[in-house]
Design a protein around this ligand. Structure first.
Ligand code: SMO
Length: 724
């Protein structure tokens, strides 16, 4: 046993936390053996199952609910409506942007419905299968109203704006882009699930429980979910135990509670029965939290030397019928980070969000950052073509210099650190850019359509606070509890390593608790790529407190609890992609991707690599194939995996990643975020690669996803025009 007090805390995070290589993830042994406990694996005794009767229409008056047929099905225990459960509303939204409309929305429909999939009634049954079958036997009397895919557009739900300087009136070039990002589905491996156990029914086991209810919910924000459940159940927060078990992917879609989550808990309280809800893939498609959904218009003013003179942009995000907690975040992020890594003094950026008769939209991996990068990087490459300057050269002339850090952008953001030009240089070197351009020229001569596209991106990684509790026990064991849960990132491995390094013990001596409101201090949660930078710093701080008190002679066990508050750390990077487009069929082939990412100081290179690749796969999905489509009646017509394409192993191109490590001065670890980078940089680079491939033919209005159909239409229209 290594005694912790043999190691003094060091002020130099970078030297203390040397990157470890080939650390096996602690999580994996159980997960690979099927011994994990995901939301859908939670087993509670005497449970009854629920399924939701959902609105089949996007907008209608709700005139009646006929439950008789469902109640006659064997095994159906109850059908509950808002008459039974009372009127409850969904939690309010994040105040990061002011919302100017009344967005109060009922948990269960009252007298009208506002999206297909909206929960209208709850069927309670002895099995999941019976509950689902009986839900289909409930009929609704609806008076159809016209749905809007953009309601209240005259009167925005929320707005944001940034203005600085004067837009130039006499620029040599003004390039324009209109970028529409379709809605996408987060598509975790595990659909949502919520289980609620009521305490007090079984006095032999639960007599001592300080909790009235335990709720198992795969969530990125256990503390907020606990408070949301408590509010709806009208209980003191501490009487709700919220457990986020293993989570099979979240990506923002599990960051805010949904009506189904809260209704599961409410049904349990109402019936004083244990209740489980397991979403199907269809439930998640139709009523889970969707991502993206924006139209971004931009104009970039450039002088004859390719220097950026001004950026004008109008951003429009279309949200769903109700606002999840983080719904306003993508608009806010897109607007504030739009200039990206470029030095620009004159900006005029306005953004607004409206609502539609459609499923809710929330943050989704990147949360506004991908949209911003897509618009800015499309404009940059158009400017390069218009100025007839190589896109690398044009970028070099405009990047914020490393010695200008920390740099305050015209939107008021403070970029903490980084060397953007070096990232571009390294990426070009790894890609063999000069050679690649020569090869491209040759291949074009031979009739091939091949493009090289790049994107630089910034990834602001969360701000605010996270918590940690560290206990040093008498036998040398250490307990770490964090407010940041995990959804596959491997936080248990990282946090154990971090505490072991700081305390000077072996990682195996460290037990880590996450995602449990009883075992963990109240926290912010795992989102916006912030857990290592902020949550990790809280752990280091708590470990240092333990050491200081130990050195002061305090007897064991010692418990230290700390909150760490940080300003944002800004990751960044450069992606270069090469794409071939088949001239006859439009089929795009991504030949290779080279990527340089700077996530600051890295604790676990393998985990970082995994997150980058995962983000790239998700970004590639959005770029090449994913798209949720609603028809005029507000029906989702891509509501299954037969209609909605996602990337598979065989769609992944070779990706060459290398890293830079510019430490952030804004936290104890020098760490920055990494989870969202792939979703931000990859789609923009692929868009630019496709546009570059087509550029000998002209400029085209390409949009994501870059399907072979879209590319074929562009090509056939072009060649039709050519034919006399
Ligand atoms: S989109 Mo992330 O979970 O902040």
């Amino acid at each position: 046993m290594t005694h912790p007090n043999s190691t003094l805390p060091s002020g130099n995070a970078a030297s203390l936390h040397q990157a470890k290589t080939n650390t096996l993830r602690r999580e994996d042994s159980a997960l690979l053996r099927g011994e994990g406990c995901f939301g859908q694996d939670v087993v509670i005794p005497n449970v009854c199952h629920i399924a939701f009767v959902r609105s089949p229409q996007a907008h209608a008056q709700l005139l009646g609910i006929q439950t008789d047929a469902a109640l006659q099905i064997d095994g159906v225990l109850a059908v509950l409506t808002s008459n039974d459960l009372g009127q409850h509303s969904l939690p309010t939204h994040n105040p990061l942007l002011p919302v100017t409309q009344d967005t109060t929305f009922p948990l269960l429909a009252l007298d009208r419905v506002a999206y297909v999939g909206q929960p209208v009634a709850i069927v309670v049954a002895t099995s999941q299968a019976i509950a689902r079958e009986a839900a289909g036997a409930v009929t609704l009397t609806l008076h159809t109203l016209p749905p809007s895919n953009d309601f209240a557009s005259e009167d925005a739900t929320t707005r944001t704006q940034h203005r600085s300087g004067q837009m130039p009136t006499n620029s040599a070039h003004v390039v324009e882009a209109n970028i529409r990002s379709p809605r996408v589905s987060a598509m975790p491996m595990e659909p949502r699930a919520c289980s609620a156990r009521v305490h007090g029914i079984d006095a032999t086991t639960d007599v001592e429980s300080p909790h009235r209810i335990t709720v198992w919910l795969g969530t990125q924000t256990p503390s907020r979910a606990q408070a949301d459940v408590a509010r709806v159940l009208n209980l003191p927060t501490e009487q709700v135990l919220l457990i986020s078990p293993d989570v099979g992917g979240a990506f923002g879609a599990k960051a805010s509670v949904s009506p189904e989550d809260l209704l599961t808990a409410l049904t349990a309280q109402h019936l004083q029965r244990n209740v489980q809800w397991l979403a199907s893939r269809s439930d998640d498609f139709v009523a889970g939290m969707q991502g993206r959904g924006s139209v971004l218009e931009g104009r970039l003013h450039v002088n004859a030397q390719g220097l950026l003179e001004g950026l004008w942009a109008r951003l429009h995000f279309t949200l769903g019928a109700w606002l999840p907690f983080s719904a306003v975040v993508p608009l806010r992020n897109a607007a504030r980070i739009l200039p990206g890594p470029y030095a620009l003094q004159h900006i005029d950026i306005e953004g607004m969000a409206t609502r539609a008769h459609a499923a809710p939209v929330n943050i989704y991996r990147g949360a506004g950052r991908p949209e911003a990068a897509l618009l800015m990087e499309t404009l940059i490459e158009q400017a390069a073509r218009r100025c007839d300057i190589d896109p690398v050269e044009l970028r070099k002339r405009n990047l914020i210099a490393a010695d200008a850090m920390p740099y305050t952008t015209p939107t008021g953001e403070v970029l903490d650190s980084g060397d953007y030009a070096l990232a571009l240089h390294k990426a070009c070197e790894q890609f063999a850019y000069t050679q690649a351009r020569a090869d491209q020229t040759q291949r074009r001569r031979e009739g091939e359509m091949v493009g090289i596209g790049m994107a630089l991106y910034v990834e602001p990684c969360g701000q605010g606070w996270e918590s940690a509790r560290v206990i040093l026990h008498e036998d040398g064991r250490v307990t770490v509890a964090s407010g940041a849960p995990a959804q596959g990132q491997g936080h248990v491995t990282t946090f154990a390593q971090l505490a072991a390094d700081t305390l000077g013990c072996a990682p195996r001596q460290v037990e880590v608790h996450l995602g449990n409101t009883e075992l963990c201090p109240a926290g912010t949660g795992a989102l916006a790529s912030r857990s290592t930078a902020i949550g990790g710093s809280a752990i280091v701080q708590a470990c240092r407190t333990v050491l200081a008190r130990r050195e002061g002679g305090e007897a064991l066990p010692i418990t230290a609890e700390e909150k760490f508050t940080a300003s944002e750390a800004w990751s960044y990077g450069c992606v270069i992609a090469q794409m071939r487009i088949d001239v006859d069929t439009g089929t795009p082939t991504i030949e290779r991707i080279t990527w340089v990412d700077d996530a600051g100081h890295v604790l676990q290179p393998q985990l970082v690599h995994g997150q980058l690749i995962g983000g790239a796969a998700q970004g590639l999905g959005q770029a090449m194939m994913e798209r949720l489509v609603y028809d005029d009646q507000g029906q989702l017509i891509t509501g299954s995996l037969m209609d909605y394409a996602i990337p598979r192993a065989d769609t992944m191109p070779p990706i060459h990643i290398s890293s830079m490590h510019t430490p952030s001065p804004n936290n104890l670890l020098g760490a920055k975020g990494v989870g969202e980078a792939g979703c931000i940089g990859v789609p923009a680079a692929l868009m630019n690669a496709a546009r570059d491939a087509l550029s000998p033919l002209g400029e085209f209005d390409l949009q994501l996803p870059l399907t072979s159909e879209q590319l074929w239409r562009v090509l056939s229209t072009h060649f039709e025009k050519e034919t006399p």
